[in-house]
Write a protein that binds this ligand. Structure first.
Ligand code: SF4
Length: 229
């Protein structure tokens, strides 16, 4: 049933949830490809700062300001020592710019003082940085360190609940729930693919179910679109 033999080997015939997860990955990879990224970055430091800036705004807004920010302050030491007013001016269009400036400079100071100007790897170290929650930490852990991570944002959470994979509404609770369901090797790719699907097809107010490649796998579609028996 599955095109990737290595994946098929890890699917138990008696595990319909695992089979469904692999099938979702297969179909969404066919739709969007396997290289999905939302934030533009070079060094790990840039991704860390980007995810802090992405709170309450779009990745497009973040990508619009980070080239100037990193050209002016290219590493943790430079950003830590930057005039606050200059940082605020550069990132202003991302919204909440005063608190975000404080967060990114606070994170830069912590990197310099505690981590030899490197981005740390552990969840506890990352979430100790200003402005970094579990979602942001999981983005860094998966993209920088190649670790399995379930990245729960509003798009991912909505689509997974509609698909009937996970029920929790709170992001941290949903991550905990899904950690018991999604195998390590699927966590990061599914996070990115399902997130993308939520942005372009399974939108919050009006999911485009008739155009969705997951329709036959989706609890929401079965519930909302099929006529009662
Ligand atoms: S069928 Fe509809 S609700 Fe289900 S994943 Fe697709 S767009 Fe979302």
């Amino acid at each position: 049933m599955y095109s990737e033999s290595a994946q098929a080997d890890s699917v138990s015939e008696n595990d319909p949830v695992s089979e469904k997860l692999w099938e979702i990955r297969r179909r969404l990879t066919a739709e969007y490809g396997s290289l999905i990224s939302f934030l533009n970055y070079g060094a790990p430091f840039e991704l860390l700062i980007g995810v802090i800036l992405s709170a309450q705004t779009t990745d497009i807004q973040v990508n619009a300001v980070t080239p100037k920010l990193f050209a002016r302050f290219p590493d943790a030491a430079a950003l830590a020592a930057a005039p606050r007013s200059e940082v605020e001016e550069i990132i202003k269009s991302t919204g909440f710019y005063r608190s975000k400036a404080a967060h990114i400079q606070g994170a830069a100071v912590a990197l310099v003082r505690k981590y030899h100007s490197e981005v740390p790897q552990s969840m506890s170290e990352l979430t100790s940085l200003p402005g970094v929650g579990r979602k942001s930490a999981n983005v860094v852990r998966s993209h920088v360190f190649g670790l399995p991570a379930i990245i729960v944002d509003t798009h991912f959470g909505r689509v997974m609940r509609r698909l009937g994979i996970g029920r929790a509404k709170n992001a941290d609770a949903l991550e905990r729930e899904l950690l018991t369901i999604i195998p390590d090797e699927l966590q990061t790719p599914l996070s990115m693919l399902v997130n993308k699907h939520g942005r372009v097809v399974c939108q919050a107010r009006s999911p485009r179910c008739s155009a969705c490649v997951l329709m036959d796998l989706c609890d929401y579609a079965k519930r909302e679109l099929e006529p009662p028996a």
